[in-house]
Design a protein around this ligand. Sequence first.
Ligand SMILES: [Zn+2]
Length: 310
Amino acid sequence: MAEVMTVRGPVPGAELGYVDAHEHLFLRTPALAGDEFWDPEKSTAEAAAVRAGGISTIVDLTPVGLGRRPAALAQLSADAGVHVVAATGYHRSAHYPAWHWAREVSADDLLDVLLTDLTVGMDDRDWAGPRPVPTTVRAGIVKLGASYQRITSDEARWFDAGAEAGRRTGVPIAVHTETGTLGHEILDRLDATSRVMLCHLDRNPDLGLHGELASRGAYLVYDTIGRIKYGPDSRILDLLEGMAAAGLAGQVCLGTDVGRRSMLRAYGGGPGMDVLGRRFLPRLEQHLGPDLVDQVMRRTPARFLSGAPL
Ligand SMILES: [Zn+2]
């Protein structure tokens, strides 16, 4: 049976339940200065609220250098009663200071970091104690990122490392797109046999484009649910309806990506990490029925994460 590596060990794809496919449980980046969050108790409260909304797996797409806390993720997973799939990889350039080591080291070293995270365990170097403490908490997915309408020279090197890590380990790859751009170019850069999920496609709600990308085998994640400044949730219902009518709903996953302190209810913000289960899924079920909910929340993410159909 195909298994998915979670922060507390391998879990069969069939046991993941409903999956929030794009989340951040701890985050610190110069691109969102002042919106960092790292408090384990508050993140555990958010994750417990997600669990209470019927979602039992959270995919944390926080890659190298953005404040991952591997040991705290494992503890949160146990305390909140959710599976957590952690990420390795490199985000788009804007998330790293100009002097960051990831811009300087060799291609071999870039790859070695990813392979260690995926096969041995992540360390807590993002939290900069006197020495990074290694853990046996393994990543289960590679996260990469592209800038708006272009892939920078650093991002291109990071794509090469991520693609090779995916080839060698068989783990899936999630890619940040800036405002839903460059989907085809990103797929061109990655191995056609890799399982690739494009994030934020609902920021560019172009159903024809989504159909083209899904027809190439890409998974799309609609992950601005509840973040109304990007548009009403109704546009995501419309996109899902259109993808279902085209026979492509099996390539779509859902998430909320509430990657800012100001979006978390534990810090007094909103809409909260649980908005997907609490607000959106009841609406989706009413609009398109329970089978489509089961498909996008359970069957499709299990296939993406594990590589095997349910
Ligand atoms: Zn994100």
